[in-house]
Write a protein that binds this ligand. Structure first.
Ligand code: ADP
Length: 478
């Protein structure tokens, strides 16, 4: 309130007039009326008023004028040997001198503060301060630029109403964090004056008073709308690329997949025929018929599952993170590469850790990674004739922090120079290779907060491994 009043005075053009009127009034009363009081002491009010609209030399001049007026009144109304009058005059002069000194000191402190506040206008960040009722008390030029709202319009408004803030989590939780740690940072969506949305990386700092009570919140924000948009476009491109390479892999796996579906279908036919035969007997063998029908149902379900998995792989669905049993994901991937295992005459060995804790991930994308690594491993063993072609898939828990999956082959191995560029897009040593498989694997694993790498085995061949953190968060959502 006091602050508002002084701003009102400071901005009012009436202030110089009031100061002069005050000075004249004091001089007249001091000179004309026979008051016993030291009226000239009131000149301090004139000096304080002057400090609101005059710079330092102006204040000094006002002070000098007040001193002259004090002395003049004394000379006009008192004899020089009037002891009491002289004491009153000296008292007033001392009051004027001390007030001038303090006022100038205060003025220079205010100037320093104003200079510092002006510094905040130099930054491109949007900075504003709001009180505990969320009312804006300071608004810098960066905020004016970002939101299109001037300082005059913003000060006094409720921040989250003015900016129509959308929070990433409940505002109660944010407030609790702020009160607990004194800080908060996160991404907010604000609405600019023209109605467009701005994604803002926001950092809050809580200021407390001497008694530790929350007093003000300093909010700094950077406009990250463009980066956010670029990130989303990138994520979209990643999803499309993943889809294209998945479709290509699917094309290559058609034989396997066909086999996986044909086998249960053939089983259904065989069991159906057997069932009929049991029924046609003079005494129908109902137990046998029941067995045949149960096998038909089992095969039907198997074919259904394969087709569902296929459709999931072929579909361009957005990334969906959920707790996954990676052993299950490995087993599902294996059903889709059965034919490759046969064709490449590979011995497939599984070493899956029991009771693997779940990892957070996208089932289809992780299946794609495992299929890619397995197919690469099998292709690397194509030329191997003098030793077993063995593909070992392992799962395990590492340091109780991450889940480790490895695919180990006994193939041709990788030249040291190629090791560095394996995961680069379009790197391939295969005549018909696209060189996208490993690059996609890496982007999928990294989007899951994990890492993937290759190493040469002690014996022949290569091991590809990837690690996923337990409860990993997916970093983007295409
Ligand atoms: P593509 O399979 O289309 O070539 P990838 O990105 O999957 O694309 O693989 C890139 C290259 O990495 C392959 O061409 C091959 O030279 C090498 N590579 C990948 N996996 C293995 C492996 N298990 N053993 C040896 N070389 C491999």
């Amino acid at each position: 309130m006091a602050g508002r009043l002084s701003t009102l005075f400071a901005t009012s053009s009436l202030l110089p007039v009031i100061a002069v009127a005050f000075a004249v009034g004091i001089f007249v009363i001091d000179t004309v009326t026979p008051l016993e009081a030291a009226v000239a002491v009131l000149y301090v009010v004139v000096i304080m008023l002057a400090s609101n609209f005059l710079p330092r030399p102006g204040v000094l001049l006002t002070s000098a004028i007040c001193l002259v007026l004090t002395a003049l009144s004394f000379l006009l109304t008192h004899e020089l040997d009037d002891g009491t009058g002289l004491v009153k005059c000296l008292l007033s002069i001392a009051a004027i001198g001390i007030t001038t000194f303090l006022t100038l000191k205060n003025q220079s402190a205010n100037m320093t503060l104003r200079e510092q506040a002006r510094l905040l206008d130099l930054t491109h960040d949007a900075i504003f301060v709001r009180d505990t009722n969320d009312v804006i008390t300071y608004w810098n030029r960066g905020a004016e630029k970002l939101y299109g709202v001037t300082r005059e319009e913003a000060v006094g408004r409720v921040a989250h109403v003015l900016l129509q803030t959308r929070f990433p989590e409940s505002s109660d939780k944010i407030l609790a964090d702020l009160l607990h740690t004194g800080r908060w940072e996160g991404e907010l969506v604000h609405t600019r004056r023209d109605g467009t949305r701005a994604v803002v990386a926001s950092r809050w700092a809580l200021k407390r008073d001497e008694r530790g009570r929350p007093q003000e919140i300093l909010e700094t924000g950077n406009d990250v709308t463009a980066e956010k948009h670029a990130q989303e476009t990138l994520a979209e491109a990643h999803a499309q690329l993943a889809h294209v390479t998945r479709a290509a892999t699917l094309g290559e796996l058609t034989a396997s997949i066909g086999h996986e579906v044909i086998q249960p279908l053939a089983g259904i036919v065989t069991n159906g025929e057997a069932g009929l035969r049991w029924l046609k007997r003079d005494v129908p063998q109902l137990e046998e018929v029941r067995g045949a029908i149960e096998r038909m149902i089992r095969d039907g379900k198997r074919a259904d599952q394969v087709i569902r998995r296929l459709r999931a792989l072929a579909k361009k669905a957005p990334m969906q993170a959920m707790p996954l049993d990676l052993n299950e994901v490995i087993n599902e991937a294996i059903t889709l590469v059965q034919r490759e295992v046969l064709n490449y005459r590979v011995t497939l060995q599984l070493e899956l850790a029991p009771d693997l804790p779940p990892a957070l991930g996208d089932r289809v994308e992780l299946q794609q990674v495992i299929i890619n690594l397995m197919v690469n491993g099998m292709q690397a063993m194509e030329t191997v004739v003098d030793r077993p072609r063995s593909l070992v898939v392992c799962s395990g828990l590492h340091d109780a922090q991450e889940i480790l999956i490895s695919v180990q082959d006994s193939g041709s191995g990788i030249a040291p120079d190629d090791m560095k560029r394996l995961f680069k897009a379009f790197f391939t040593t295969k005549p018909n290779g696209m060189g996208m498989g490993l690059s996609i694997c890496r982007s999928i694993i990294e989007a899951h907060g994990g890492r993937v790498w290759a190493s040469s085995n002690a014996g022949p061949g290569t091991s590809f491994q990837f690690a996923l953190p337990l409860n990993a968060g997916i970093r983007h959502e295409p």
